[in-house]
Design a protein around this ligand. Structure first.
Ligand code: PLP
Length: 379
């Protein structure tokens, strides 16, 4: 495989194994960002059509990544915003039911719990780890279930759910399937044309290597038709690019997800950087990312098991992702281990009493071996 290390800044003396926390900018993104900064220093170079062209280029790349149509992508500033467009817009009312899981990232948890104020019944599944089981969902679905909202890849152990299975379950009840894809998109291949996923919300600052404050949501066109639009983004109104011919009485909105774009959509610094990062991900290939991380995590899993550490949600290979979670004998011992790793310049996260390791293309087997040598054997 190509050596991707020179495409990023050198992390030395740190070994950065925390892409699930923040994906770093590739060098090409830094260069593009510098060009974008120049545009702000020289606004006379910023041409009006670019306000419309830049979001469309980014939208096109995101659609490509998912196998979606650009008309199904709205640009957001977060996963929360994408989920919120649906939670607030799909017309849920007293007596309707929503099913979520306690280990969903908070973006896919509180957004739904907030609907309880309207009398919506929000059922919270509580699996033992990140892994949501089919039987748990089957047990709570009813004819009143309007939404099942789950994370594709868990942010603690990286357990990946089978989107086809869960999507079909809720579709059978007439509900929609809302997925937070933040920890999967960019790291694992996905084709929404083949999947019963209605909504896929993603924060782009992790596996898409974008700036913090960028994201998008895939809204299948049938779902768009059911969504209320509370605030109009003026840039999405037909003809809004021509100030001399603006409609002032009646206006037309396109039948496309871009009507849900975050206002000031063409945030130049953010979107130029995101565009360059998406180009990098495309060039490297999502499959390359997935296979490289799988090789590193298999090596890590083997080493940790040999030392006697407990791996979380690792029994079933189909549930593996680009994240691995492991624990020492007790919560305190896990916390100490995390501290030891940090003190030894190995950057990983700790979530729910689990150490989370998430490599990327810049990591090598030597990085994994270094982690293994720092953790030593469980006390
Ligand atoms: C699964 C998942 N979803 C969403 C987010 C971020 O959400 P937001 O962009 O709304 O802050 C994270 C961040 O860690 C995450 O792990």
């Amino acid at each position: 495989m190509q050596d991707y290390r020179q495409e990023f800044r050198d992390f030395a003396p740190t070994i950065y194994l925390d892409c699930a926390y923040q994906g770093p900018f590739p060098r090409t993104t830094v260069a593009r960002l510098q060009e974008a900064i120049e545009l702000k220093c020289h606004p006379e170079r910023l041409e009006a059509p670019e306000y419309f062209r830049l979001p469309e280029r980014v939208r096109g790349r995101l659609a490509n990544l998912l196998g979606a149509d650009p008309s199904e992508i709205a640009l957001t500033n977060s996963a929360t915003q994408g989920i919120g467009i649906v939670a607030a817009g799909v017309g849920l009312a007293a007596g309707d039911e929503v099913v979520i899981a306690s280990r969903n990232f908070p973006a896919n948890l509180f957004t739904w719990l907030h609907l309880r104020r309207l009398g919506v019944r929000v059922q919270v599944l509580k699996p033992a780890g990140d892994r949501v089981r089919v039987e748990d969902v089957v047990g709570v679905l009813t004819p009143r279930t309007r939404v099942l909202a789950l994370d594709w890849v868990g942010y603690t152990s990286g357990a990946r759910i089978d989107l086809a299975t869960f999507g079909e379950l809720v579709h059978r009840q007439g509900g929609i399937f809302v997925v937070d894809g933040t920890q999967g998109v960019g790291a694992l291949e996905i084709d929404v044309r083949q999947l019963p996923v209605d909504v896929l919300a993603v924060a782009a600052y992790k596996w898409l290597l974008g700036p913090y404050g960028t994201g998008f949501v895939f809204l299948r066109s049938e779902v768009q038709d059911r969504l209320e639009l509370p605030v109009v983004n003026w840039m999405s109104v037909e003809g809004s690019e021509d100030f001399d011919a603006l409609p002032t009485e009646e206006f037309t909105l396109p039948r496309a997800a871009r009507i849900f774009d975050v206002p000031e959509t063409s945030n130049f610094l953010n979107l130029n950087a995101l565009e360059a990062s998406l180009e990098f991900v495309e060039r490297a290939g999502v499959r390359t990312v997935a296979e490289h991380c799988a090789r590193l995590l298999d090596r890590l899993a083997e080493g940790l098991e040999r030392k006697g550490y407990r791996l979380r949600d690792w029994t079933d290979a189909e549930q593996h992702s680009t994240i691995l979670g492991f624990q020492a004998d007790s919560r305190e011992a896990t916390t100490q281990l995390h501290q030891k790793l940090r003190a030894n310049n190995v950057a990983v996260s700790q979530r729910h009493g689990t150490i989370r390791v998430s490599p990327y293309l810049y990591n090598t087997e030597a990085d994994i071996d270094r982690l293994l040598s720092v953790v030593g054997d469980p006390s």
